[in-house]
Write a protein that binds this ligand. Structure first.
Ligand code: ADP
Length: 398
């Protein structure tokens, strides 16, 4: 079955077509700058690469165009639109309602809509993608895969904030966690690498991309994660601060007269690696500057690794026994130095990297642990789209 996987942002549509159960990718595409004077459309497949610049007024036009490029003309990887057997949608927030992937019907659609207040930037474009795909492909089953679902197994002690419980009961203020699809994917793969079933392993999975989060996985289930009500909490990220004293907000309001919007922008878009270095949120760039002796880039990288190491230490304490620490996503898969700086000082806790193996692990799966360690260190490339396709296939074929 050919599965179309959609990830709709506010002005973009990312898409991939998978052939299941084989699991190979037939096409990848990206429509950017929807609603602007000129949009950019890129698609690659075995039939050839396409790069276009044209006006794409809205998501309906964008998705129509993507389906056309997939199914019509010499460079189309599919013979006909009827080849699309199901559509899998990435949905950011499923709240407490969605503990797993769901087949979309009117009720599920309304529930996702209801959760928009928890993810006002993300759920509305995800929903728009679902609406348009249901209109354009009415006979095809549509499936929603939630970033939050994997973390719904967290115990109350991990997901509650130490705030009056009325805030949880009345305003749903609790920790939800994100990147669940990635943590689930690499946890399952790490179990395979360790030669065990997912429910036999305890892991710490580190998703380190532009957004970063870490997850404590006990017997295959998430029991804690670093992101909270929103993706702002936790690790140092590209442009997000991660953890800080919330009283900084009152302090900045009083002393700098900053508004909530100013601060939202400051903590989400101008902090993290970008804020500390003052130069870039791109780790490749910062590593280059660090090599040249740039003090600000060095501090940014050190802060990133130090915070991550603190979280790893606390999750080792939470789990008791940990079979492996798993590094994934753009930074986790590609930067031996970040892995090395992070795992320093963890030897007494049973974690030690082999420098030679670590330097080999760039963009590929590898066990980079030293020999005879209690907790292995694995590099496992993530593939959220593939997991969305697999979940979609599982629900659509029945
Ligand atoms: P997103 O969250 O946008 O999906 P990615 O998982 O693609 O992010 O990760 C983006 C991050 O990965 C960027 O900070 C980028 O600098 C970093 N990255 C990519 N390749 C490398 C590399 N070879 N070495 C170090 N960092 C890398």
């Amino acid at each position: 079955m050919k599965i179309l996987v959609l990830n709709c942002g506010s002005s973009s549509i990312k898409y991939q077509v998978f052939d299941l159960p084989a699991g190979n990718v037939l096409a990848k595409g990206l429509v950017q700058k929807i609603g602007e004077a000129e949009a950019k459309i890129d698609q690659s497949s075995a039939k050839g690469d396409i790069a276009l610049k044209e006006k794409v007024a809205d998501h309906t036009v964008g998705l129509k165009r993507a389906i056309e490029l997939l199914t019509r003309g010499d460079q189309a990887p599919l013979a006909d639109v009827t080849e699309i057997g199901a559509v899998g949608h990435r949905v950011v927030h499923g709240g407490e309602r969605f503990t797993e992937t769901a087949l979309i019907d009117d009720e599920v659609y309304r529930e996702i809509e209801r959760h928009s207040e928890l993810a006002p930037l993300h759920n509305p474009p995800n929903l728009l993608g679902i609406k348009v795909a249901r209109e354009l492909l009415p006979k095809v089953k549509q499936v929603a895969v939630f970033d939050t679902a994997f973390h719904q197994t967290m115990p109350k002690v991990a997901y509650m904030y130490a705030l009056p419980q009325s805030l949880y009961q009345e305003a749903k203020v609790r920790r939800y966690g994100f990147h669940g699809t990635s943590h689930r994917f690499v946890a399952a793969r790490a179990a395979e690498v360790l030669g065990k079933q997912p429910n036999q392993v305890n892991l710490i999975t580190c998703h380190l991309g532009n957004g970063s989060s870490i997850c404590a996985v006990e017997k295959g289930r998430s029991i804690d994660t670093s992101m909270g009500l929103t993706p702002l909490e936790g690790l140092v990220m590209g442009t997000r601060s991660g953890d800080f004293d919330p009283a900084i907000i009152f302090h900045l309001a009083r002393t700098k007269n900053m508004s909530f919007n100013d601060m939202d922008n400051l903590f989400n878009k101008k902090s993290g690696l970008l804020g500390v270095s003052g130069k870039s949120n791109d780790v490749r760039e910062l590593l280059k500057l660090r090599e040249q002796g740039d003090a600000d880039a060095t501090l940014a990288i050190d802060l990133f690794c130090y915070r991550l190491r603190k979280y790893i230490g606390s999750y080792l304490a939470v789990l008791g026994r940990c079979d492996a620490i798993v590094f994934t996503a753009g930074i986790g898969e590609n930067s031996p130095l970040i892995r090395d700086l992070t795992c320093r000082n963890l030897a007494t806790l049973g974690v030690q990297i082999d420098p030679a193996k670590n330097s080999q692990a760039i963009g590929k799966e590898l066990d980079v642990s030293a020999t005879n360690v209690q907790t292995r260190v694995l590099v496992v490339p993530t593939n959220e789209e593939k997991l969305i396709a697999m979940d979609t296939f599982a629900l659509a074929r029945v």
